[in-house]
Write a protein that binds this ligand. Structure first.
Ligand SMILES: Cc1cc2nc3c(=O)[nH]c(=O)nc-3n(C[C@H](O)[C@H](O)[C@H](O)COP(=O)(O)OP(=O)(O)OC[C@H]3O[C@@H](n4cnc5c(N)ncnc54)[C@H](O)[C@@H]3O)c2cc1C
Length: 482
């Protein structure tokens, strides 16, 4: 049955190639229509809107589930010979369209490569295959007395490879760092089928770490197959604090000063007035205020000291203590994302957009991006929280939602809000993405973000992947073209 496909493929896939793939992975190739439809999109909200309207974002030629790096290298060599796109696929939880097969091709789903290969207790490192599901990895580490400290909201539905390829950030990032801070070594199959592997040593001064090009690469250079990551002993103590502030500026100031004292809460989250109302309506003191929640964890004595310093700092900045309850509420609800599937079928268009900014531009960026969203006709929700902090700056996570006015197509409305937000971000000194990546929706903005550096990225891409088979249309292209 012919489908209405938004990004139409032009790949030269054939029965002969299908047979070759089956000879490499006999039980792990499918060109069934139902499978191809499942892999036609990721979690990009507009892709879900199209799906509900009977349209597919893209259409792969087949899906392969390899079990080792050698099979992946063989598949890539065939794709290179035949000039067929290869798209790595983890959990499909990406929210910017990075895994959509815009030119058709072979989806390589990594989920069968899900083994924990080694835990080195003395050096505090774990070596894992990248198809492992996030929750499975964290649970297994917890069972053995460790944590990775990387807990994105998509923990249940994303994989290690996707985290590395998108430069993901977890909710506990202010203490443990983002995924790239945790990487010790990587193994990958590159676009020509070469397999590379770095040493699992804490640091080396041996020239540029070329394998790090794969971090944030969204699959355009090759497939990351294995990673060695830092781990931490499971924390012995947890402290939970919350404060409300009259204005978001006071809450931001409090967190900035806490970090300046070298205290790194694992979780720090500031909700603006609208989001405080949405999430903490049961907290009496929070009415018309901004909520800050803090969670410190680790060694008992250190946590006590961190708690003392954070409390003093928040009170000095006008914070009113609200106890542990708001933090417990957050812990209990932090993986709930049902609103998306509830409101989308009702015609509501929404998305979340994260940006990073240094402290001195933070307030301006927050206010101007909120104004930019509100400016678009049809917007009902325009709010933000800040959830990743550095001594140098902060990541704001904006949410917009609305209903397109009469005679305006959903995508037109959606794109208009994004354009306003991206412009406001760049005009106020921000970076257009903190952790979701570029995918399709940010593609045209990357050139403005990167300036001359995009030429360097394109040259590197051309050198590593001269036939442009690895996830074509992503990162170095615009609007799905490159
Ligand atoms: C409800 C929800 C909550 C979320 N919360 C967070 C959050 O807290 N923090 C955060 O950072 N993100 C979050 N995200 C976004 C998403 O989960 C992340 O971008 C995640 O890193 C994607 O992982 P994945 O395995 O699902 O990747 P996919 O969506 O399958 O792929 C994403 C990109 O990575 C590439 N890729 C996948 N695996 C590999 C590999 N092995 N080698 C090379 N390239 C590869 C793909 O080709 C694609 O370009 C959330 C998403 C949802 C739906």
């Amino acid at each position: 049955m012919p489908y209405d496909v938004v990004y139409k493929g032009d790949s030269r896939f054939s029965k002969k190639i299908m047979e070759e793939l089956l000879s490499i992975v006999p039980d792990g190739v499918s060109d069934k229509e139902s499978d191809k439809i499942v892999y036609s999109r990721d979690y990009w909200p507009i892709g879900s809107r199209w799906f509900l309207d009977g349209k597919l974002a893209g259409m792969p030629d087949c899906i392969v589930w390899p079990e080792n790096v050698e099979q992946i290298a063989e598949i890539i060599k065939i794709a290179n010979r035949e000039n067929i796109p290869v798209i790595p696929y983890g959990g499909g939880s990406g929210v910017v369209g990075a895994a959509i097969p815009v030119r058709g091709g072979i989806i390589i789903d990594m989920k069968k490569m899900d083994r924990i290969l080694e835990i080195d207790d003395e050096s505090l490192m774990v070596t894992v295959q990248t198809g492992i599901n996030g929750m499975v990895l964290e649970r297994e580490l917890n069972r053995r007395g460790y944590t990775l400290g990387h807990i994105p909201q998509s923990l249940y539905c994303s994989c290690l490879g996707g985290w590395l390829a998108c430069k993901a950030a977890g909710q506990f990032s202010t203490k443990y760092g983002k995924i790239e801070d945790m990487v010790i070594a990587l193994q990958a199959a590159l676009a020509d089928g070469t397999i590379i592997k770095s040493k699992d040593i804490p640091r080396s001064s041996t020239g540029p770490e070329v394998e790090r090009l794969l971090l944030g690469s969204e699959g355009i250079f090759g497939i990351i197959t294995e990673a060695t990551l830092k781990i931490w002993p499971y924390p012995e103590e947890r402290a939970m604090l919350s404060f409300v502030f009259d204005d978001i500026s006071n809450a931001l100031q409090a967190v900035r000063l806490i970090l300046r004292k070298n205290v790194y809460p694992a979780v720090a989250r500031i909700y603006d007035e609208n989001e405080t109302l949405r999430h903490f309506y049961e907290v009496r003191e929070a009415k018309k205020k901004c909520m800050l929640i803090l969670l410190m964890e680790g060694d008992k004595e250190l946590v006590e000291l961190e708690k003392k310093i954070a409390t003093e700092t928040c009170k000095k900045e006008g914070g009113i203590e609200c106890g542990e309850e708001p933090v417990i509420h957050w812990l209990n609800t932090r993986f709930n994302v049902k609103e998306a599937s509830e409101f989308l079928p009702k015609g509501f268009i929404f998305d979340t957009v994260e940006m990073a900014v240094k402290w001195k531009d933070a307030l301006n960026l927050y206010r101007n991006v909120i104004d930019a969203m509100r400016k678009v006709e049809g917007i009902v929700v325009a709010s933000a929280h800040a959830s990743h902090f550095y001594p140098q700056g902060v990541c704001f996570y904006f949410t917009f939602g609305g209903i397109p006015p009469k005679n305006v197509e959903p995508y037109e409305f959606y794109k208009k809000v994004w354009d306003e937000m991206m412009n406001a971000c760049l005009n106020n000194g921000g970076s257009i993405s903190h952790h979701h990546g570029i995918g399709l929706i940010r593609a045209e903005w990357l050139k403005k973000e990167m300036g001359e550096r995009i030429k360097m990225l394109r040259k590197i891409k051309a050198a590593i992947d001269s036939n442009n088979i690895m996830n074509p249309g992503k990162l170095v292209g615009e609007n799905g073209e490159n």
